[in-house]
Design a protein around this ligand. Structure first.
Ligand code: 5RP
Length: 222
């Protein structure tokens, strides 16, 4: 089975977590795009969606799914999104597509985070994928120096500006043994908007696409 087929099967499985007559939070990236296409088939069952990026909002609207601002809704039972890396405990690296800040905000509001990935994304230790850090542009050099002090090798993401008008530093060479601690430490650097560690509020459920079907992990059991 190809990586694309694995993404498609988890996207289909994720529809089971969509709550009827409610809003659903929708992430960004290729796996989230598969999910949006599946969501379109059951759009009559939901009130609408909250998007984690401009691209996601456009794809949802293209399917005729109403897109609401996060400020306009009271509750969000579920948020469904991909990841660049995820552990069995539900800690993730996200932001490969650069939408990490809005993703983290929508995830914070949601009651349940369902992470949808192909099997290549499941890892024992986070950090093989460069950790994205969204930074206010004038703080770029300062933040880069602070990230070097933490043992990383920050690289400016070329020709990229986030939906919030900021830059991204992708930090290589991080072997992340304590993701909750590192997430807080990086967030404390002045000029950092968000970092791509989703550990303090990680995934609750992980759906993994494999050659033999979808594996479902309850992150709280590990
Ligand atoms: C975007 C993200 C994506 O969820 C992550 O990059 C995974 O993308 P894909 O589903 O295309 O593999 O965090 O900011």
């Amino acid at each position: 089975m190809t990586q694309g087929e694995q993404k498609q099967q988890v996207a289909r499985e994720a529809i089971k977590y969509v709550v009827d007559d409610a809003y659903v939070g929708v992430g960004s990236g290729s796996t989230a795009n598969y999910f949006i296409d599946e969501l379109a088939k059951v759009k009559h069952r939901i009130k609408g969606a909250v998007a984690s990026s401009i691209r996601t909002a456009e794809r949802l609207k293209g399917h005729g799914i109403p897109v609401l601002e996060l400020t306009a809704i009271d509750t969000l039972p579920v948020y469904i999104d991909g990841a660049d890396e995820v552990t069995e405990h539900g800690a993730m690296i996200k932001g490969g597509g650069g939408a990490l800040t809005r993703e983290k905000i929508v995830a914070a509001v949601a009651t349940k985070f369902v992470c949808i990935v192909d099997q290549s994304k499941l890892v024992g230790v986070l950090g093989g994928f460069p950790l994205p850090v969204e930074v206010i542009p004038i703080a770029r050099s300062y933040v880069a120096h602070e990230l070097v002090k933490l043992g990383g090798r920050p690289q400016l993401r070329a020709n990229f500006i986030t939906d919030n008008g900021n830059i991204i530093l992708d930090v290589e060479d991080m072997r992340i043994l304590n993701p909750v601690q590192l997430e807080a430490r990086i967030n404390n650097i002045v000029g950092v908007v968000t970092n791509g560690l989703f550990a303090d509020r990680g995934a609750d459920v992980i759906l993994i696409g494999t050659d033999t079907g979808v594996r479902t992990l309850d992150a709280h059991k590990f």
